[in-house]
Design a protein around this ligand. Structure first.
Ligand code: HEC
Length: 153
């Protein structure tokens, strides 16, 4: 019998062998290949509504500080130092969007202003309370990616 990965994970969780976060990929272990991260960081599908909240939350994604997006135009002031994200799902695949959110520097360039949201190497001028931590949790990354994949034109 061939067990699929989710089936095995479910079996582990049901038997209590592993805790809730055991399936998470640690920030140092994320494989960015060809500008993409194919596998989910958590195995739990992202929730686009939660992702939109994280996206707009100033102490979490704070993506609106730099990016405009029509769907959240009413939320608050949004920046324009970075490309508007409308239609971003037409430009990038889900795996590429995951890589951009995990660590934009590995996708664009070391000079990118965009912070690495699931990297211990967050970027320049890191807030002291973030040293040694990622800005977003693995599930928050999945939620934001799920939100981004809804942005089609
Ligand atoms: C400090 C500014 C800044 C913040 C904050 C920021 N970004 Fe970016 N982002 C950029 C810049 C600048 C680029 C363009 C590529 C480059 O120059 O590095 C970019 C590019 C992107 C792209 C590719 C856009 C395209 O059309 O090709 C996506 C997707 C993206 N960002 C998502 C996000 C998400 C999601 C967040 C929040 C979790 C976020 N960004 C937060 C500055 C930022």
């Amino acid at each position: 019998m061939r067990l699929t990965v989710p089936a095995i994970a479910a079996a582990f969780v049901m038997t209590g062998w592993v805790g809730a976060h055991a399936a998470e990929v640690a920030p140092g272990d994320v494989q960015i290949e060809d500008m993409a991260v194919e596998a989910s960081l958590t195995g739990t599908p992202g929730n686009p509504e939660e992702g939109a909240k994280t996206f707009a939350n100033r102490s979490l994604g704070n993506c609106l500080a730099c990016h405009a997006v029509e769907a959240l135009a009413k939320e608050q002031f949004h920046g324009n130092v970075a490309p508007p994200l409308d239609g971003v799902a037409d430009r990038w695949s889900q795996a590429e969007l995951r890589a951009i959110v995990v660590d934009a520097k590995k996708v664009f360039s070391d000079e990118s202003m965009m912070p690495g949201f699931y990297s211990l190497d967050v970027g320049k001028n890191v807030r002291e309370d973030l040293v040694g931590k990622t800005i977003l949790t693995a599930q928050q990354v999945e939620d934001v990616v799920a939100f981004l994949t809804t942005l089609k034109e």
